[in-house]
Design a protein around this ligand. Sequence first.
Ligand code: DOR
Length: 439
Amino acid sequence: MDSDLCLLIRHARILLPAGDFLVGDVHCRGREIVQVAPEISDKADKEIDATGLTLLPGVIDPQVHFREPGLEHKEDLFTASCACAKGGVTSFLEMPNTRPLTITQAALNDKLQRAASKCLVNYGFFIGATPENLPDLRDVQPTCGIKIFMGSMHGSLLVDREELLEPIFATGDRLIAVHAEDQARIMARRQEFAGITDPAIHSQIQDNQAALNATQLALKLSKKYQRRLHILHLSTALEAELLRQDKPSWVTAEVTPQHLLLNTSAYEKIGTLAQMNPPLRSPHDNEVLWQALLDGVIDFIATDHAPHTLEEKAQSYPNSPSGMPGVETSLSLMLTQAKQGRCTIAQVSHWMSAAVAKGYGIPKKGAIAPGFDADLVLVDLDNYRPVLREELLTKCGWSPFEGWNLTGWPVITIVGGQVVYERGHLHTEVRGEALSFEG
Ligand code: DOR
């Protein structure tokens, strides 16, 4: 493919870096944005008439589980990246709980190679912490950071005790991202509630205190070593209040759309499809998380896209696996909230793009400005359409948001200056690039 192809997007309502809008044109050459102006007269290889559509930086989803290698019956890098393209997600950061686990340079290289051959969008991968791979955690390249499962995991990816965690915080200086749940507390409560098959019990077993305990421990270690810490999928008011009081400048946190928009009432409606880790919480938690996001206590949004088949999900609790898909619906869910007045479009874009790029040190992403990468999404903020199971591209084939009537659906998604999704059609020949991360 010619790397210097010119793409002109005309008459779009363009979100500018300062958060205001310009109705105008964007000129991309190769993978880069070269000009943003009210009117650009140059000729181009391809032109898009974006009249009536809003142009946003492509979403960077900083927490997904795409299941390849080893669990491809749930999802793979091709199907997941198709779902990303449809959802306006132009880059993702993927987690290490695949088979084999991503805990060595060789496993990371394998994932990068697979992604290069089949991913329609840009990609980066976490290295998973075990009690034994300190040198890998310090040295592997390229990675967005170290993922530690402090709880809700079994086998070698579980690093739950302070004496195992401390050397990881003490060694090297790259970002550490934690799944913060207190495994010992979860195990004890599992015994207490044994025999109950109502999935609603999940939120009581893995309760708010379990999340708070682990977040407190991660914060303590991060402060001791001034170590860059990112707290994944914050789920409780307790943690948000803790961070509001005590958040060092080198700590960031994220929240998922489901922890903002769903709560324990979802179990009654969708049963085990609502089961995830950390679990859904109360409406009060929803409210406090929203406020923390609006106030900047929470920095950005991730989906924790974690697909399981309907068959797997149909097993009764606790045999049903935890996790739900998200990349296809996250942007529309959040833009719908903006349309309803909960926040602004600019805030949604900041939380889903610019703030993620800043948090992970991803250069040239997250803004529509000359010199930035041409990862873009054109959304339609005038029409509403429901989430329909039959339209989903994720291999798992379901969403916890089925039936929700959303606006802001992507109409066209562009990765590196190439149209990858266009009005229901995928350009499956487009390939993303490996992301880079500045320390
Ligand atoms: O619900 C979850 N599912 N949370 C996680 O942290 C892991 C994920 C998965 O991989 O299924």
